[in-house]
Design a protein around this ligand. Structure first.
Ligand SMILES: [Zn+2]
Length: 315
């Protein structure tokens, strides 16, 4: 894997992420540009450790931040764009992301109005009002670990990015976030899959009011080498596809629980994740909802709404 990446003029810098739910460090890919300099695919989290890891990685490659030409962000999670603002300021490089995640990168999705929308939505999922407090804390964390960007360029699906040693197509794979993109290098058969497929954790589609699940689309892309954001390499994609962004064990567990009768996502979450602590409800609820959407698409569960609450039941 490393050999394949090196041949493409790509270098990987793992950047530590301070929350265990992330499942490990997030990779920054440093890609040699045609006319000198480098591009980044993802920028790592903006904590001190994150910045240090990125700078140490660039130092090791003999690259200064002034040599950054373009910065591509796979999706609007802080462990992927956290350092983008600083990198942009150091280099003047434009930052590109899919339009549907721009509000995350610019912080415009974290407004009082959106907090109200979240409150209404969480209540429909059956969540206790205190969960909203977690959303607020989550947003404060985001500001602490990722400075919002002022200017983000669009990165539409189908764009062909030309680098020094290969070209890659931008694939838009909404699910984990509405604007998640992967880079697909057809000649080398390498998929830069960031958080679309993860090795150790399922890529939790964090509750997102604009979200829509279609994580299974990767199945349509046949490739030999997924270069995930969080792993050193895997010889075949099929192992990742087995997971399809979701652990089948969780799917089964949720379906079994619903055989006993309808439940709200918030009632399901502690049953599916009995070990989870209360402050993790935001994450477990997101995970449960992602699984429910897959079961719903398979027509194995159906949702209904009663007295302002969304219930799911087995069909
Ligand atoms: Zn993510």
């Amino acid at each position: 894997m490393t050999g394949a990446l090196t041949r493409l003029g790509v270098h990987r810098i793992p950047v530590p992420v301070p929350f265990p739910e992330a499942g490990g460090p997030a990779n920054v890919y440093v890609i040699e540009e045609k006319d000198g300099g480098v591009a980044l695919f993802d920028a790592g989290i903006g904590t001190k450790e994150g910045r240090d890891a990125l700078h140490a990685g660039l130092d090791e490659l003999g690259i200064s931040t002034g040599e950054l030409r373009r910065i591509f962000v796979s999706h609007g999670h802080i462990d992927h764009y956290g350092c983008a603002r600083a990198a942009q300021e150091a280099s003047g490089a434009p930052v590109y992301a899919h339009l549907r995640d721009h509000d995350k990168l610019t912080g415009r999705d974290r407004t009082a109005r959106r907090l109200e929308l979240y409150a209404a939505y969480l209540s429909r999922l059956g969540a206790p009002p205190r969960l909203l407090e977690h959303v607020r804390i989550h947003w404060q964390d985001a500001l602490r670990m990722a400075r919002p960007l002022e200017h983000v360029e669009p990165l539409p699906a189908g764009t062909i990015l030309r680098f020094k040693r290969f070209s890659a197509e931008v694939l838009h794979l909404p699910g984990h976030t509405p604007g998640l993109i992967c880079l697909w290098a057809p000649e080398a058969r390498v998929l830069f899959s960031d958080d679309h497929l993860l090795e150790r954790v399922s890529p939790n589609p964090l509750l997102d009011l604009e979200g829509q699940g279609s994580r299974r689309r990767t199945a349509a892309w046949r490739c030999s080498t997924p270069a995930s954001a969080r792993r050193k390499g895997r010889d075949a994609l099929h192992a990742g596809l087995d997971e399809l962004g979701i652990s089948t064990g969780e799917l089964r567990r949720i379906f079994e629980l619903l055989l006993a009768g309808p439940l709200t996502p918030a009632e399901l979450a502690p049953k599916v994740f009995p070990q989870a602590r209360e402050h993790q409800l935001y994450l477990t609820l997101s995970e449960v909802l992602g699984n429910l959407e897959v079961l719903e698409a398979q027509r194995r569960v159906a949702r209904s709404e009663r007295q302002g609450r969304i219930y799911f039941e087995a069909v």
